[in-house]
Design a protein around this ligand. Structure first.
Ligand SMILES: Cc1cc2nc3c(=O)[nH]c(=O)nc-3n(C[C@H](O)[C@H](O)[C@H](O)COP(=O)(O)OP(=O)(O)OC[C@H]3O[C@@H](n4cnc5c(N)ncnc54)[C@H](O)[C@@H]3O)c2cc1C
Length: 458
């Protein structure tokens, strides 16, 4: 296996031992102690080499687990035997056309690089999942990633006009491209987006971009209670204010992260709402004023207004560190990403705390309030198996609560292996059946990221 795969790739691109392989055995769930095993790590440099590796694996019945930046939070990139195919060397931005607002980039390009290249050309790629210096475009497409700014701009799917992918048994397929609209045929591109490496391997994508907003301002409201904060969120939406983001942090998330808050700290922090406006400076100033007005009633401190790119960048860089700051409280956390209808949002925030109390673990939540998407979190000591057990029980209760509230078990991170047992609870029985059939149509030998995302009968 090693010899034959080495012959298909460049020298040194098949790794069978050492730290590089070790890293490829876990992902963003490593802080829950999750690690897998693999026969080897393959590092193809071209789409043709990806096709050759998949072709070899398919003809020898070897599973293929595609890996991007390894920041996923559903154990989707964790292998359980077989070949880990890393897209790390597929790192080219193939084209950027500022006048046409578009870019073609390979799957291994870091999300932050996509943002940077777009910005250098006066353009903006809105999806902004939290670990963007490490995550890849291919991983973002495979998880249909979101982030704070998707409240106004939509998730990754909205920005992909075409895909180049390798499908079983080792063929290169192109779907869509530079055209901005295309309804010829069933939308296989949309099926691949969010499929977590279970239907094919994304090797490149054509992206639609928008002109970068000239100006930004953030307004942060602080509240003593979750219910006052949730009322303010409803007030922003009810007033029809076109905010770019509508994020929240509850008391526990604030306690963990306010220590490094780069601005004046609130006196009685129980709940925070982070909203933002972008666009022409006049428009930004008007919307920021409206946000301040909507976030003032019931607030414990005067809303904080941050203007300009530098200040808002500092705010978001702090916000990106909330997740590790929460994990640092006890050394580990079990953090989920349930989604509920907006009118049930307060119940989900309070329900998270109630579940924590029931299982005897400290709990908190933060996330994308405007999308009804919560990172509900239970703090655990990773070395304590009994606490881990309670943490997992809390996650199960959380999924049930989200479904009862009319929501779903994952708004962002995907299913991976962690939530696969709950998919049948979350989806219509016909949808589950059709998904299994789609999986078999793309991957008849069930070798692409097996055991993930799509529950199969038996
Ligand atoms: C601190 C932190 C904050 C985060 N914040 C957010 C957030 O705000 N929003 C959000 O949506 N997510 C968030 N995430 C989760 C994660 O960053 C995203 O899911 C991201 O899109 C994963 O990209 P990756 O390149 O790291 O993929 P990986 O972790 O390597 O893989 C994820 C899944 O995609 C598959 N995959 C990867 N590349 C390909 C490819 N080229 N073709 C086919 N399948 C592929 C893998 O098999 C796996 O199933 C966060 C993670 C961390 C650690």
């Amino acid at each position: 296996m090693v010899g034959e795969l080495t012959a298909l790739l460049s020298p040194g691109r098949v790794v069978t031992a050492g730290p590089e392989l070790r890293i490829a055995l876990s992902d963003g769930t490593a802080n829950q102690g999750i690690e897998g095993s693999a026969d080897l790590l393959a590092l193809p440099e071209t789409t043709e080499q990806v096709a050759a590796v998949l072709g070899w694996c398919y003809s020898h019945d070897v599973p293929v687990i595609t890996r991007g930046g390894g920041t996923g939070l559903a154990a989707g990139a964790v292998p359980h035997g077989g070949v880990v195919l890393s897209t790390e060397r597929l790192g080219a931005v193939r084209s950027i056309e500022p006048g046409l607002w578009r870019m073609e980039a390979e799957a291994g390009v870091r999300t932050a690089t996509v943002h940077r290249v777009a910005l250098e050309n006066g353009l903006f790629f809105p999806p902004d999942p939290g670990a963007s210096e490490q995550s890849t475009l291919g991983g973002n497409i495979a998880t249909n990633a979101g982030g704070p700014h998707t409240f106004k701009y939509g998730v990754t799917r909205a920005w992909v006009t075409g895909l180049e992918a390798v499908i079983a048994p080792g063929e290169i397929m192109r779907l869509g491209g530079t055209v901005r609209k295309d309804v010829s045929g069933l939308d296989l591109r949309d099926l691949l987006i969010g499929s977590e490496g279970t239907l094919g391997i994304v090797t490149a994508a054509w992206l639609k971009l928008v002109p970068a907003p000239e100006s930004r301002a953030a307004v942060v409201g602080f509240f003593e209670t979750a219910s006052a904060g949730c009322e303010a969120i409803a007030a922003v939406m009810g007033s029809g204010i076109r905010a770019t983001t509508l994020e929240f942090l509850d008391r526990g998330a604030l306690e963990a992260s306010l220590g490094s808050f780069p601005f004046e700290r609130p006196e009685r922090p129980g709940f925070a709402v982070i909203s933002e406006a972008d666009g022409h400076p006049d428009e930004v100033s008007r919307v920021a004023g409206e946000l301040e007005e909507a976030l003032s009633p019931g607030s414990s401190d005067r809303p904080l207004r941050l203007t300009g790119q530098a200040e808002t960048r500092e705010l978001w860089s702090w916000r990106d560190r909330v997740s590790p700051a929460v994990a640092a409280r006890r050394g580990g956390k079990i953090s989920e990403d349930v989604v509920v209808p907006l009118e049930r949002f307060r119940e989900a925030v309070e329900g998270t705390l109630a579940i924590g109390e029931r299982v005897g673990l400290e709990a908190c939540s933060w996330g994308h309030a405007g999308d009804g998407n919560l990172h509900s979190t239970f703090l655990v000591d990773l070395a304590d198996p009994e606490q881990m057990e309670r943490g997992r029980a809390a996650a199960e209760q959380l999924f049930s609560m989200a479904i009862e509230l009319g929501g779903s078990i994952s708004g962002e991170h995907g299913i991976g292996t962690l939530k696969i047992d709950r998919v049948t609870d979350a989806l219509d029985a016909n949808a589950v059946r059709l998904q299994a059939e789609v999986k078999r149509a793309f991957d008849p030998k069930l070798l692409l990221n097996p055991g993930k995302k799509v529950p199969l009968p038996g």
